[in-house]
Design a protein around this ligand. Structure first.
Ligand code: FES
Length: 74
């Protein structure tokens, strides 16, 4: 809805999900056939789909708290 998303680009950023965390990351142990990988969820990584820590600049600039999804091999 317009109320939820707003019209300013900054308001398109995560505004509600886990805002009480400094950085939102989720970790799963799953057999992906690869060793531990951090998957980008901010869409700013130059190594997409892998995290290159660009989320740190994104979070600081946009006052967001998105972090990667980390997949770890069992
Ligand atoms: Fe996008 Fe880390 S660079 S989550």
């Amino acid at each position: 809805s317009e109320e939820f998303w707003g019209t300013e680009p900054r308001r398109l950023i995560n505004k509600y999900y886990s805002k009480h965390h400094d950085v939102v990351t989720d970790r799963f142990t799953i057999d992906t056939g690869i060793h531990t990988e951090a998957i980008c969820r901010c869409w700013k990584s130059k190594k997409f789909p892998f995290c290159d820590n660009s989320h740190k600049y994104h979070n600081k600039f946009h006052k967001d708290n998105v972090g990667p999804l980390t997949l770890k091999r069992p």
